[in-house]
Ligand binder design. Sequence first.
Ligand code: AP5
Length: 223
Amino acid sequence: MYVVLLGPPGAGKGSQAPELAREIGGVHISTGEMLRAALRSGTPYGLKAREYMETGRLVPDDIVLGMLMERLEQDDARENVVLDGFPRNEAQALALDETLRAGGKRVDCAVNIEVPEEVLVQRLGGRWTCSSCGAIYHQAFHPPRRAGVCDACGGELRQRLDDHDEAVKQRLQVYFTETAPVVEFYRQAGRLAEVNGNQAREAVTRDLLAAVQRECAAERQAR
Ligand code: AP5
């Protein structure tokens, strides 16, 4: 089963995806995380991506597609996958469909997590991420038990380089101009579910799992 998680920056994709991946017995693949890891290790992909990420612009398709297609060829990504942060534009959505089709697969469903813009800004401004395991916290909405320390693994919590005001503004604008059309792409294809992301984390998880069971299962049966 291939599930695409859609939604603006701060909608909660990264917070929800690990739970969903566990539920479907698969892996969570985040292109944002892959790019940040490439940047930390100084790989050619990471070095090229840096200026785009820090200023809140989309990294060029050739870099992201190259990286993602390599990841999708790995053994653990052949069956059940939750994609977070990809596709970000129609060209990426078409490229994904084409790659999966070549292997006799397709995106079973896309779920759009909806959250009002003013809430997104509050969420991004207070986000802390574990530098070791990637767990996501918020200073007010989901604080760690000890400030600066990850509950799950004891790793150090850090703020992301692209969570400063200017980059957040740019990321939201890029989302509405370049990525929102991807929601329509999956709606037109009859493969879209929508979930209210502006409620408690656990309620979002519940609704997300229900939407995936309903929509993905229906899509698979229809084939
Ligand atoms: P990426 O890492 O994908 O970031 P994003 O899409 O901007 O999304 P975020 O990670 O900021 O938000 P999220 O929805 O995951 O929210 P989260 O769960 O963290 O991309 C970063 C950059 O990489 C891009 O700008 C681009 O440059 C590049 N990039 C990546 N993919 C690309 C692609 N395909 N093509 C080109 N470029 C690409 O939650 C946010 C906060 O809210 C947290 O603090 C969390 O604790 C809190 N929160 C979550 N849920 C709730 C809730 N229900 N109630 C209260 N608080 C909540």
